[in-house]
Design a protein around this ligand. Structure first.
Ligand code: ASP
Length: 362
């Protein structure tokens, strides 16, 4: 009895998937029957992860190729003509500026090709928000750029990767996704690169955009958009990494009660050009660390006050006299995204006022 009920539920779910795929086919038909061309740049992560059994927690990230991943997504070929390129195959804890620069340059080549309509990037979820934000600032195209990952490896029971990939391709193939900056599609949701953050170590619903909310939803090829990101991005961005080989060192230091100020001194003596403090509350740190940070500024290091708190903004001159001490307030950017913006900002000489303005603009 129980088995037949489960079978009926499975058949129902299959019908829903088939119906929704039929809807997606309809939308291809509506666009004159011409299927868009989507290029997938694969970088690894859990979406490309594999384990020995379907129920174990341990697995290896970045073990499966893009071709194998696509083979697990029924009906995806109805959405678009798809080409896959393996740019890297790492867990995103190993994502590096080298790989990001490679990705940005490849996106910029593809952006110029008239036969490419959209780009998907598969990526691990751990540092996905940083990569999304980096590419949001360095990609020079209005074509849809959609990042996607998964929380469960490809071999898991109820792997979330195949549907996430299906939805991501559907958004990348959608002309309505153009000009919205880099988007992240996971768990049927569309997030903007500026605002999303990973909030759970294991849950499928891990990405949230606490301050600004969703850009939209993506459901079996049917996309709804609620908003456009208001910060500058992609084709309006002033950051150009075409000739950049290396980014300046910027360290993030996590504040806590009774924090050790010598972490700041150590970052400076190890060559950091910028320091982001993941401050307590409104970007605060203890008095000894404020003194160390002010000393760092005197030595020419740029100090940004961000917050370890997951939502809210860090404002200038609230409890800390930024004007006097020469600090930058991160506004809405969390510490890890502040580090990305500061690394790009430090590619050229700028005043503290100029850097503060970047935090309000991007
Ligand atoms: N550690 C993995 C990664 O970021 C986790 C994931 O993808 O969900 O690559």
């Amino acid at each position: 009895m129980y088995a037949s009920r489960r079978w009926a539920a499975f058949m129902f779910a299959l019908c829903v998937v088939c119906y929704d795929i039929a809807l997606a086919e309809d939308s291809v038909a509506e666009s004159g029957g011409k299927k868009p061309n989507v290029v997938i740049l694969a970088t690894g992560g859990t979406i490309a992860g594999a384990a020995e059994s379907g129920t174990q927690a341990g697995y290896t990230s970045g073990a499966v190729t893009i071709d194998a991943m696509l083979a697990a997504v029924p009906g995806v070929d109805k959405l678009a003509n798809i080409k896959g390129e393996q740019v890297a195959n790492v867990g995103s804890q190993d994502m590096s500026f080298d790989i990001l620069l490679k990705l940005a340059n490849r996106i910029n080549e593809l952006g110029k090709q008239p036969d490419v309509d959209g780009i998907v990037i598969t990526h691990g979820t751990d540092t996905l928000e940083e990569s999304a934000y980096f590419l949001n600032l360095t990609s020079k195209t209005d074509k849809p750029i959609v990042m996607v990952g998964s929380m469960r490896p490809s071999t898991a029971v109820s792997a979330d990767g195949p549907l996430n990939l299906y939805n991501a391709i559907a958004v990348a193939a959608d002309p309505k996704a153009k000009g919205r900056g880099v988007l992240v599609v996971m768990n049927d949701e569309i997030h903007g690169a500026h605002s999303l953050t990973k909030t759970s170590t294991t849950a499928v619903e891990t990405f949230m955009s606490p301050l600004r909310g969703l850009v939209g939803t993506a459901n079996y090829g049917k996309n709804d958009y609620f908003s456009r990101p208001t910060w500058k991005h992609t084709s309006q961005s002033e950051f150009d990494v075409a000739k950049v080989k290396k980014l300046p060192r910027v360290d993030v230091i996590f504040a806590c009660a009774d924090m050790s100020p010598d972490l700041i001194d150590s970052a400076v003596s190890n060559g950091a050009k910028g320091i982001v403090i993941a401050g307590v509350g409104n970007g605060n740190m203890n008095k000894a660390s404020l003194d160390a940070a002010a000393n760092a500024v005197k030595k020419g290091v740029v100090v940004v006050r961000a917050s370890r708190v997951p939502t809210g903004t860090v404002g200038r001159d609230v409890e800390v006299d930024d004007d006097k001490l020469g600090f930058i307030a991160s506004d809405e950017l969390n510490p890890q995204k502040s580090r990305i913006l500061l690394s790009l900002a430090l590619l050229q000489k700028r005043t503290p006022e100029g850097i503060q303005e970047l935090f309000y603009t991007y």
